[in-house]
Design a protein around this ligand. Sequence first.
Ligand SMILES: [Zn+2]
Length: 418
Amino acid sequence: MARRTTLRKNRVLFLVHRKEILDQTITTFKKQNVDLNLTTFGMVQTLTRHIQDIPVPKLIIVDEGHRALAKSYQRILKQFPKAIVLLFTATPHRTGRMQLDQIADDIIVGQSIHELTDKGFLAPFRYFQPPNDFDPKLLKRGSTGDFTNESMEQAMSTKIFGHIVKQYKRIASGMQAVVYTYSIDSAIKIANEFNSEGISAVEVDGTTSKEKRDLAVRKFREQKIKILVNVNLFTEGVDLPNVDCVIMARPTASLALYLQFSMRCLNPRKGKTAIIIDHANNFKTFGYPDDDRDWKQAIKSGKQKSKSLLTDPGLAIVTCDYCFAVVKASEVKDGKCPICGKPIKVHKAKPVSDVDLVEATKDRQNLIHEIVHSNLLKEVANKNVSELHTIKELQAYGKLHGYKKGWCYYVAKRKGII
Ligand SMILES: [Zn+2]
């Protein structure tokens, strides 16, 4: 579109909000034979202060178009009322009432994440939601529509830092991972925790110098560090091709942020299955990253709609009690977890309770160990209570499902076994 515009001797204005994107775009435009003499590239933050100097464009292309309602963008767009404006975004939804219908006449929905995965443009992924000390009731929204730092701090218990490392080692050991967290303080704690376990990690945030940040990114690209912990940095645009695991250590009320976090690890590579570890229950608000969403509805202004963008909240998704995998109910065949093969109940995901984490994990691991080594446990795992005929079977079944001892006696008596 830019090339055809310049071929007709009309001007193009390309708006971005990050320097990195600017450089990438200029390279791509050159390759694509766009007449650069007829093209103005610019950072919104810069151009908005020099509007009078911008040559009148016929076509305006806005990168990360979900931001275009912001004043800085609006000042530029309003200056050129006759231009055709194209907003490009992977997340055409904003936090809050005002949506893109305020400025856009229509939406053209591209291919879904599902389709792109099927065609190999995105890697398939596995989603895990370990139990933690996270308390969603403590979350409060700030003026941006997303949660405040103070409330995130309170909702994410400090105990979670060691837990994050433990779950990484269990679920994604050795994978290159990016951690998203809510504050510099928490980012530093998480990075320290990884390093103390011998897993190389670096923390970067908005106050990190450009040199240090570039160095961290380069080392990560060269696989010299395993974990990159960041606060609001790697959301849009930064080119990090070798992320295989994303760890969400912060909740968000923004669908756009959720998708940017979780999809960060979906760059495809032969044989790759990405891993998303969600410590903040984000999937309960937004569903799977690749759920089909009604974007035509999403651009309509009105009440908060993040939640209604979920096709079937809670019901379609199940968490495995043994391996913590979050799977679609439709993936559960014969009542078994598609990841670990243990019995899994298709019910609405339980709210996280404040269980004693260490104990619970240990018990669970002991039980997994026992199941693996006991034919009896494996046998009864696939049966209904009506198919159990001996005390031993009942005991095994009760153990598997965590029933109290009295249950076994009660059922045995009812069945006439004792
Ligand atoms: Zn499982």
